[in-house]
Design a protein around this ligand. Structure first.
Ligand code: ADP
Ligand code: ZN
Length: 602
């Protein structure tokens, strides 16, 4: 069998994705490999296909116990014999796995890195034929990242101590050059084939909204998405509790997850979501690394994360099955303060300059009128067209307003306050003065005596904030980083004294269009029939219950959609469906063909 046959027969795919083939070829020719691909890019296939073509058992080092179990279940469902060893097993269970491995029955063996510290494991491993060691989430080896796992440092020594050095292949979604270099060095990869695929995820639709009140906006977004599965990320535990309670009271089926819940509660929540028993997961960023659910069709952020890496990683948990998914961030001015607190771990003081820089890039993303996808790709250093056509800003409509007068009011106010106090103050106080606020501080400082006090009494706070953002973008003002004070910028005098005009773009249409799937892997024959799709889904749920596995392990949403579009009538036609390999066709073909036949009857 060759790699194409393996791809089709076991995984049901017609072609490799960009980057996959080069990695597979490299590994098969005996070279080490480094694969950098976004979440959902298809990293697993890069070592699973070689594992089926090489003799012996491929060792996969993976940091997460929950993920391992799922991956092994997925492989088994596709007719590939695999096993895992981790601390969640009983002694008897791991004995059984060892038995299968020793008899040469397992093609892939998943282990947690900590296993490499176990002497018994090392002895047993030395007696095996291991052609390939695949390291998943390889960035965990880097001390620079937040996911550092000390046991990853043992991998290189383990590999070189084996009687025959296997091919070593490392995979991660983390793109920075520093992490890449760390992975190569710490794992001691030998002139690896390196593949860095594009970071774009064309099936994700990005949007940022700045609602006056977040909760009603969130509820509206979820209402439009009833019946679909998704994640709502919040910055704090208390927000998770608040949002979750609100959703429960409105009849949404939601689970919650944060570090304040005990282990058992977290496990139940995660499983409820994973097995589609609950459709929405409300969580802090504690939820994530361990999930491999492919049919997540939206990721909403109730708060802004602390940097774009985190945002893209979290948002990237949507649409892993290749189906369209949307990623909407609800931004409010308070988010910046919350993020700063999180950066200093609640200890006050100033965040590190590098962290602050990353936070600023995140804030810019929330405020920009440019293509949102473009902003993300810029951040990862990847070239892109100016407009993607598949984000809120590319699809939204903008109106341009002349805000020169407002700009002059704001600039004079900044100057007057400074003249009065002898120092500059932050944006929050300037906004209060302009809107004629009555706080104690304003009175004490005598700012209510200024001629600019209350000049913008008629405007909402959000509106004044929007002017400030525009002034910042046009260099009329800037925020000094050390104390966060607002100061006149390079263009201030031109606007105040030389007749230069200021224009503000604002998005008028903030309605999300139905997400367009940009790059289909394979264009379906016709749009899927919804009633058939529903019937296929029901069958999948039934089978999943029967077998005690999450539904997407039977078939992904993408596979069901393709099935509903193609409407196969025979086993041969069933094999044509994307994501259907021979074993799955044999195992589930008749059940799904029966559903299709019944649907035809009607
Ligand atoms: P990653 O580990 O990079 O996050 P996965 O390996 O979980 O991504 O793959 C994500 C999804 O893409 C899976 O649903 C998988 O079936 C699908 N996939 C991977 N390779 C291909 C391919 N060549 N053709 C079609 N679908 C693919
Ligand atoms: Zn765009």
């Amino acid at each position: 069998m060759d790699k194409y046959a393996v791809l089709k027969q076991y995984f049901g795919h017609d072609a490799f994705r960009p980057g996959q083939e080069a990695l597979v070829d490299g590994i098969l020719s005996g070279r080490d490999a480094l694969g950098i691909m976004p979440t959902g890019g298809g990293k697993s296939l890069c070592y699973q296909v070689p594992a089926l073509l090489l003799p012996g058992v491929t060792l996969v080092i993976s940091p997460l116990i929950s993920l391992m179990k799922d991956q092994v279940a997925s492989l088994e469902a596709a007719g590939i014999s695999a096993g895992f060893l981790n601390s969640s097993q009983t002694l008897e269970e791991s004995r059984q796995v060892w038995g299968r491995v020793r008899r040469g029955e397992c093609r892939l063996l998943y282990i947690a890195p900590e296993r490499l510290e176990n002497q018994r494991f090392l002895e047993l491993a030395a007696a095996l034929e291991i052609p390939l060691v695949a390291v998943d989430e390889a960035h965990c080896i880097s001390q620079w990242g937040q996911d550092f796992r000390p046991s990853y440092l043992k991998i290189a020594a383990f590999v070189s101590a084996l009687p025959r050095r296997p091919v070593l292949a490392a995979f991660t979604a983390t793109a920075t050059a520093q992490v890449q270099e760390d992975v190569v060095r710490q794992l001691d990869l030998r002139t690896p084939v390196r593949v860095v695929t594009g970071f774009d995820r064309p099936n994700l639709f990005f949007d940022v909204r700045r609602p006056r009140k977040k909760l009603p906006e969130l509820l509206a977004l979820l209402e439009e998405r009833r019946g679909r599965s998704g994640i709502v990320y919040c910055a704090t535990r208390s927000n998770v509790e608040k949002v979750w309670a609100e959703l429960e009271s409105r009849g949404f089926s939601a689970a919650r997850y944060h570090a304040g819940l005990d282990e058992e509660e977290r496990r139940i929540s995660q499983e409820d979501f994973q097995y589609d028993r609950r459709q929405i997961m409300v969580a802090t960023n504690a939820f994530g690394m361990g999930i491999d659910k492919s049919n997540v069709s939206f990721v909403l952020h109730y708060n802004m994360p602390k940097n774009l890496e985190s945002y893209y990683q979290e948002a990237g948990r949507g649409g892993r099955d290749g189906e369209a998914a949307d990623c909407v961030l609800l931004y409010g001015a308070g988010d910046v303060a919350t993020a700063r607190v999180l950066l200093t771990h609640g200890e006050g003081g100033d965040p590190e300059p590098r962290e602050l820089e990353r936070l600023n890039a995140m804030v810019d993303y929330c405020k920009t009128n440019d293509c949102l996808r473009g902003r993300i790709l810029d951040y990862f250093g990847q070239p892109h067209p100016e407009r993607c056509g598949g984000c809120g800003n590319c699809q939204g409509m903008f109106s341009q307003a002349d805000v020169t007068v407002q700009a002059q009011m704001i600039l004079s106010c900044i100057k007057r306050v400074r003249d009065r106090l002898g120092y500059y103050v932050g944006a929050a106080l300037i906004v209060q003065v302009l809107r004629g606020g009555h706080s104690q501080r304003i009175k004490e400082l005598g700012l209510d005596q200024l001629s600019t006090y209350g000049l913008m009494r008629e405007e909402t706070q959000e509106r004044v904030r929007a002017y400030l953002d525009c002034l910042e973008a046009t260099e009329c003002v800037y925020t000094e980083t050390e104390h966060g004070t607002l100061r006149p910028g390079a263009k201030a005098n031109a606007v105040l004294f030389h007749g230069e005009r200021v224009h503000m773009l604002s998005r008028v249409e903030r309605q999300i269009e139905a997400p367009v799937r940009q790059k289909a892997e394979r264009v379906p024959a016709a749009p899927p029939d919804q009633s058939l799709l529903a019937a296929l889904r029901a069958e999948r749920t039934r089978l999943a219950r029967q077998e005690g596995v999450p539904p997407y392990i039977i078939f992904s949403n993408a596979a069901l959609a393709d099935m509903a579009a193609r409407v196969p009538r025979t086993p041969e036609e069933f094999l044509e469906v994307s994501g259907v390999g021979q074993v799955k066709a044999r195992r589930y073909g008749s059940a799904f063909l029966a559903v299709i036949a019944a649907w035809w009857e009607e």
